[in-house]
Design a protein around this ligand. Structure first.
Ligand SMILES: CCCCCCCCCC(=O)SCCNC(=O)CCNC(=O)[C@H](O)C(C)(C)COP(=O)(O)OP(=O)(O)OC[C@H]1O[C@@H](n2cnc3c(N)ncnc32)[C@H](O)[C@@H]1OP(=O)(O)O
Length: 191
C-alpha cells in the first residue's frame, strides 16, 4: 500500500492560485521605489517561510502527478477531459502573466502549455514515463489573453515506444496554434 502524502493538495492549489495572482499583478503595476523595496522584503519573507517545508524529490506537491498544472507555479492552468482513449477537449485562459505584447500570448508560453497538456495526455492514454522527443508548434493566428480558449488533442498513432500526438488551441472557429509532437517511452533504468 502506498503511503498517503503528508500534504493537502486542496489548500496547496489555493497557495498556487494566490501565487498566480501575484505573478499576474506584477505584470500590471508600476510601483514607486519605496513600495518596491517594501514589497521585495515581504516576498522574501514568504520565500523564507516556504523554505521551512522543503521536501526531497518525489515528495514535493508541485510534482504531484495526479494534480498536474494545478499545483505547479510555472505551468499554465487548464481544464481538460479525455473524450475517448485517443482524444481530449478542454479550455485554457491565459492571463497578463502570459502576455508577450499587444494582447497576444508570449510565443514561448504556448509550447509550454502544449508540452504539459500533450505529455499528461500521453501519460494517461498513450505510454506513461515518456519524454518529449520533438514538439513542433505553428502559430496560426494571435492567441489572445483573458479569453476562454478551446484546447483539443489527439493521439494519432502508437508505434513501439513512440506516441505521436497533435493538439490545437482555438478561439471559436479560429485556430490560434497547433502542435505535433512525439513522446518516446523511456526504457527501464533510462535517466
Ligand atoms: C505524469 C507526468 C506527465 C508529465 C507531463 C509533462 C510532459 C513533459 C515531458 C517533457 O518535457 S520531457 C523534457 C523534454 N524532453 C527531453 O528532455 C528529451 C531529451 N531526449 C531524450 O531523452 C532522448 O532523446 C529520448 C528519450 C527522447 C529518445 O532517446 P532514446 O535513446 O530513448 O531513443 P532512441 O534515440 O533510440 O529513439 C527511439 C525511437 O524514437 C525515434 N526518435 C527519437 N527522437 C526523435 C526525434 N527527435 N524525432 C523523430 N524521431 C525520434 C527514433 O528514431 C527511434 O525510432 P525507431 O524506434 O522507429 O527506430
Amino acid at each position: 500500500m502506498t503511503e498517503a502524502p503528508a500534504y493537502d493538495t486542496t489548500s496547496f492549489v489555493d497557495l498556487i492560485d494566490a501565487f498566480r495572482d501575484l505573478q499576474e499583478t506584477l505584470c500590471l503595476v508600476a510601483p514607486p521605489p519605496a513600495a518596491t523595496l517594501e514589497l521585495t522584503a515581504a516576498v522574501a519573507d514568504v520565500t523564507k517561510r516556504l523554505k521551512e517545508f522543503e521536501a526531497p524529490e518525489g515528495h514535493r506537491v508541485a510534482r504531484d502527478r495526479e494534480m498536474g498544472s494545478d499545483v505547479h507555479p510555472m505551468l499554465v492552468k487548464y481544464e481538460a477531459t479525455d473524450t475517448s482513449d485517443t482524444s481530449l477537449a478542454g479550455t485554457v485562459t491565459f492571463n497578463h502573466a502570459h502576455m508577450g505584447g499587444g494582447g497576444a500570448v508570449h510565443g514561448g508560453v504556448i509550447p509550454m502549455l502544449f508540452d504539459d497538456l500533450l505529455g499528461m495526455f500521453v501519460s494517461r492514454r498513450g505510454q506513461p514515463n515518456s519524454r518529449t522527443a520533438f514538439l513542433n508548434v505553428n502559430y496560426r493566428s494571435v492567441t489572445p489573453v483573458l479569453r476562454a480558449l478551446r484546447v483539443d488533442a489527439r493521439i494519432e498513432k502508437i508505434e513501439g515506444r513512440k506516441t505521436f500526438v497533435t493538439g490545437t488551441i482555438s478561439d471559436g472557429y479560429l485556430v490560434c496554434a497547433e502542435a505535433e509532437a512525439l513522446f518516446v517511452r523511456l526504457l527501464p533504468g533510462q535517466p
